[in-house]
Design a protein around this ligand. Sequence first.
Ligand code: 3PG
Ligand code: MG
Length: 395
Amino acid sequence: MKTLDDLLAEGVEGRRVFVRADLNVPLDGTTITDDGRIRAVLPTVRALSDAGARVVVASHLGRPKGAPDPKYSLEPVAQRLGELLDRPIAFATDTVGESAKSVTASLASGDVALLENLRFNAGETSKDTAERGAFADELAALAEAYVDDAFGAVHRKHASVYDVPARLPHFAGGLVLREVEVLSKLTGQTERPYVVVLGGSKVSDKLAVIEALLPKVDKLLVGGGMCFTFLKAQGHEVGKSLLEEDMVDTCRDLLDRAAGRIVLPVDVVAATAFAADAEHEVVEAGAIPADRLGLDIGPASVALFTEALASARTVFWNGPMGVFELAPFAAGTRGVAEAITKVDGFTVVGGGDSAAAVRTLGLGEAAFGHISTGGGASLEYLEGKTLPGVAALEQ
Ligand code: 3PG
Ligand code: MG
């Protein structure tokens, strides 16, 4: 696999370089609530710009339906990217249209442009190879070399991730390389005890990773919305909590096979509604009232998880323990994150929401061994799947 260093060694002065980044940041309206993914790609953009490249950055944001949708505009990201790089960003208001063509054509050496959301074009995510290819042709025409630094999107077989590198000399950016190197340490020989903490809303999203990790781990701690399907499988009623009815049997089977290694919450914060001002109380996991829903794990669960983490030598954490965006339901995520910061060993925070939680709760990124920029991507890597973006770079 050729890398950014190889490209820089070739020389990029005056060359147009397409950088696929994952700038899919959480937004509140047009306000970026966590700019971690923008910061993560700065070294690559800066290195290219400093070396005199004409840099064309592209990303997706959210899941628009293949047509322009102002809600998902990358314009606020262009603004923030410019502030962080301390240089002006030329923003194209489309992806491969008039604006993109004129903006990229008028870049001088060292200039940086950002294209509008790639998913405003149906070709980006199309399952049809020809439709994706047609869009990739147009994207590739904007540059002479391709750098992939969008680790968070390498699991997507999308035009800008999979098809553009087939059309241009292609190089792996530093972020992609570092992510793959760190995550590979979790799939080989790991130092034991190896404790995995999983949260987030759906068991179905995590099933494959649970299957892949179960034979390797000493303990699998389960919180977040997905814990209620496991609690139900244990025979508890979960009130109005999030429940994947069709996964209950699967969870029961996992609990049987795990023989005590899957650890579930023993108490939860049960609320009358999904709202910051909803009435709420801590109840035992087996006593969730029929008219309430669990929105966080409780303090006894945090203590139980903390104890399991205390002796760990390797930890992987993916998914918040509760609705941490709402203050009354943030304590579980905060408590578990704090326990992970105290681990004497190798700790990895996988992805999107948990990485955002670390930063928005002000936990200090330095206290973790590695904070991945990829949610789904890090899970699929750990599942042992082939990542289309990485495969494309290897070709
Ligand atoms: C993510 O946030 O997980 C990545 O940016 C990929 O986004 P997607 O799940 O919408 O493809
Ligand atoms: Mg995602």
